[in-house]
Design a protein around this ligand. Structure first.
Ligand SMILES: *Cc1c(COP(=O)(O)O)cnc(C)c1O
Length: 375
């Protein structure tokens, strides 16, 4: 007798089924800057159970989920997510920025929580189809984009749900204009050695809401997360400093990926582009003769104070998909504000050059190493 031992199905984009919404929502003006204000008409969705494996993925109307209260995502925060954006290029086509990096990170996060795995390429194909279905939602103004939020959660008995939702977002009004203020947090840490700070898993984020509210109450935009005296990240962004060297070249430094830092795709792109200047490309507005030593190094509060006193601290920058690159103007630390250098228009020369180049790549205006992927 033939036993029908089947292995669980893989996530397979070729099985995608599309059910369009009966009624489409009116598109709001794309000036909301927060994810989730407006969710588009459709979402991509797939479910997993350990016997059948992945269901045929679907694109279907965005709507509520039904979950058992005993689902593990509620008890144990078995939940991971990604944040990425789609941009309209000059040809009118939607584009993603280095999406394979996000989806590889998504897989690592899922794996850390022992959630079911999937081939990132299959998910990318599903995402591309979702973007074609939601094309009318992608704002074509420069600075505006469609935010994509893939999520995977554990439900019951090693089962899981995976989906991608989308939300149009406008330009942060403060981009380039208003430098951020950060409150260095002394009484809470975001991540610690041996912990899970390097994964985009939900459990890392809920506990930061309280400290963030305290920062807001004290008049700061975001928390600066420390580990002892060491600077790790700001809010949900990676941090960089630009330092002047004696010979007028500059250092562009960010903490190394020691497990407490989220490996941001913007962070990696900043490091790559800075290293390419001026030998492979000249960044906009920067001199060909400016050498940027881009690298990873510990940044401490003591170091920041010393660099500031010695007048070699030129720029402090925070980077991430949401803001791209934003300047920091002020850091509250032990009751005193460190006041950082200010520049006309907000960003200093290095931050401005990197912001310009990264957004040019994102919007398909500048071709670079296949970073912008057409859908
Ligand atoms: C998502 C995130 C970042 C930025 O990563 P990008 O890939 O550049 O968007 C930085 N820090 C934290 C804690 C994050 O969650």
């Amino acid at each position: 007798m033939a036993s029908t031992q089947r292995s669980p199905a893989e996530l397979d984009a070729s099985k995608l089924r599309i059910t369009l919404a009966q009624e489409l929502k009116p598109i709001p003006p794309s000036n909301d800057v927060h994810f989730g204000q407006n969710i588009t008409d459709h979402m991509a969705f797939a479910s997993y159970d350990p016997i059948e494996g992945w269901s045929a993925p679907e694109i279907k109307p965005y709507g509520p989920l039904t979950l058992y209260p005993a689902s593990s995502c509620f008890q144990y925060a078995t939940s991971a997510f990604e944040g990425m954006k789609a941009y309209i290029g000059p040809d009118g086509e939607p584009r993603l920025f280095r999406p394979a990096k996000n989806l590889a990170r998504f897989l690592r996060s899922a794996s850390r929580l022992s959630l079911p795995l999937f081939a990132p390429d299959e998910l990318l194909n599903i995402m591309k189809t979702l973007l074609r279905v939601e094309r009318r939602w992608i704002p074509d103004q420069r600075g505006h984009s469609l935010y994509l939020r893939p999520m995977i959660i554990g439900t019951r008995h090693n089962s899981a749900l995976l989906w991608i939702m989308c939300s149009p977002i406008g330009q942060y009004p403060s981009i380039g204009a208003r430098p951020l203020s950060l409150l260095a947090v002394n009484d809470a840490v975001r991540a610690w050695p041996g912990g899970t700070g390097e994964y985009k898993i939900s459990g890392n984020y809920g506990p930061t809401i309280g400290p963030m509210q305290v920062a807001h109450q004290q008049g700061y935009d975001q928390c600066l997360w420390l580990l002892g005296d060491r600077v790790t990240e700001a809010g949900v962004m990676n941090i960089f400093v630009v330092l002047k060297r004696d010979d007028d070249s500059v250092d562009l430094l960010t903490p190394s990926l020691d497990g407490t830092i989220l490996p941001g795709i913007t962070r990696e792109s900043v490091l790559d582009l800075a290293a390419a200047h001026p030998s492979r490309t000249v960044l906009p507005g920067l001199s060909k003769s400016l050498h940027i030593y881009a690298g990873e190094r510990d940044i401490t509060m003591g170091g920041l104070q010393t660099w500031l006193a010695e007048e070699c601290l030129l720029e402090v920058l925070v980077v991430g998909t949401a803001v791209v690159i934003q300047p920091v103007g002020r850091i509250g630390y032990k009751g005193v504000d460190l006041i950082l250098p200010v520049y006309d228009g907000g960003l200093g020369p290095v931050g401005k050059a990197l912001h310009q180049r990264i957004t040019d790549i994102q919007y398909g205006v500048f071709e670079w190493d296949g970073w912008s992927v057409r859908c």
